[in-house]
Design a protein around this ligand. Sequence first.
Ligand code: ADA
Length: 579
Amino acid sequence: MIRTFQTHRIRRQEELSSALWEFSPCEGEQAGKKISVAVPSAWECYPDFETYRGTAVYTRQFFVEKAGNIRLEFKGVSHTADVFVDEKPVAHHYNAFTSFDTVLWLEAGEHHLCVKVDNRYSEASALHIPNDYQTYGGITRAVVMEEVPDMYIKWVHAVPVKENGRWGLKLEACVKNVSKEEKCAEVWFSLEGCTTVKTKTESVKLSDETDTAQEQISLGSISLCGEEEGKLKKTVWCEGAKEWSMEEPNLYRMNAVLVLDGIAADDWMERIGMRIVETEGRKILINGRSVLIKGFCRHEDHPLFGCALPYEAIDYDLNVMQNLGANSVRTSHYPNDEIFLDLCDEKGILVWEENHARGLSEEMMRNPNFDKQCEDCNREMITAHFNHPCIYIWGILNECADHTEYGSKCYQRQLEQIRALDDSRPRTYACCHVKQEKSLFMSEVYSYNIYPEWYLPRETTEMLTDIHDWAVETFGEKPFIISEIGAGAIYGYRTPAKVKWSEEYQAETLRKQINGVLNSGCCNGIYIWQYCDVRVSDEWFSNRPRTMNNKGIVDEYRRRKLSYDVVKELYTARGNYWD
Ligand code: ADA
């Protein structure tokens, strides 16, 4: 499954995943063995590959109907991919959690696709390191083949705006010419589901045969030299559009059509929700209302699927979280599968999406690949996920070294990069070097990971007020979120002694922590660490019984611990807003 809705009516698209591929490991006792596996998947879920770390090749044939430009998109390969078509290298990509693509000219007929996948840790990998979660191996998200014309639409970004009670969209469309010659195309836009879409100039109909009854607006014409890309910009007004909210997540389908040589040659569709996120003093406002975050941190992790959760399992998790009274998810600690984001758009769940990094020391941030790998991740995440109304904030660099001179410069560069890519959302980062942070002047929201009554013998409200007051005194008034709080419990371990690791201890601690945060009067919300128990790297076995991070409210099989009812009681007692 690529997305939860159709993204093209003109561009021919075929999902190459959702099929059996041939998998063959390159190292170890099983090197050269060939097995048929479903893709997407993580190889740790194939029998006898539970702990395989190394390289492997995935292969399959694919068929091109007519000679032309073929775009191959990989939504996620964990963690380094080298792609070959008919034995020729065509793409290289690092990072499991962002997508990449390549456009090739191919003859009609059968072709051979080979993806060499590497999930090893090495100096070359600054972000995938042994960590408090697992770096799986494999083609873990969808693979798509598309036929594109010489000029095609790479993306359209839309920022909702409101003037005099009327919704509009600030649009930017990116077009690419993949041929060697100069070409000119025109891009038309419509928004399905709104009564009309008008610019200040008169709108025109593209043709009577378009699938949509909506008016088409020209975003303009663009001439591009060979292999060049360019952008068109326009603001359009949308009569009758309803806002997107947690309670009523209204979505509209944006439809862009590219006309080349008089023919509607390419199209691109995505959905948008009308909502504006702002911060004001200590409030996070969505369409002017101050939200109260009742959230969970969630890893993409499941004992049967690794990080390659199918649609149904993602939907299951979101339903459970909503049943618990939650209204937000933090994608700790990397960009998530777009199917997750599509579902959050549809269910009205707010998402804190963050780039990929967890707990890197200054020394680790000095890895020569660190800056580039982060910058690539930020750019790929924001470009691909820009239009999701559910994403209300961007996060970076969870618990890295913002307390040192060198580290804080990295934070500042990345916060600047994020602002340049998207100025419509606030930015934040989850801190842990209590009261030593240097870059908080740049983020719009303060966020802290605190573990009172688990790692630290402190009381929740006292600890967070102390940090909050320091941040406000040092950097000024801003919204403040507890981005992690929690306690561990081994599923099934119940004892009247209520000691650490028992379900009783976790349930009691969470009650104190959640009440402490929500009653503090200075917090816009809380993200519980964490939704479910997750597998951690083998190197992280110490302090991690079962080599799992056991702070889930449900275990890895989604079985409820005693804390489930406590969280449900406390979350459902509060509304979605903080007034
Ligand atoms: C940190 C970190 C999480 C997790 C958590 C824990 O705050 O951000 O990834 O490791 O601690 O369980 O200790």
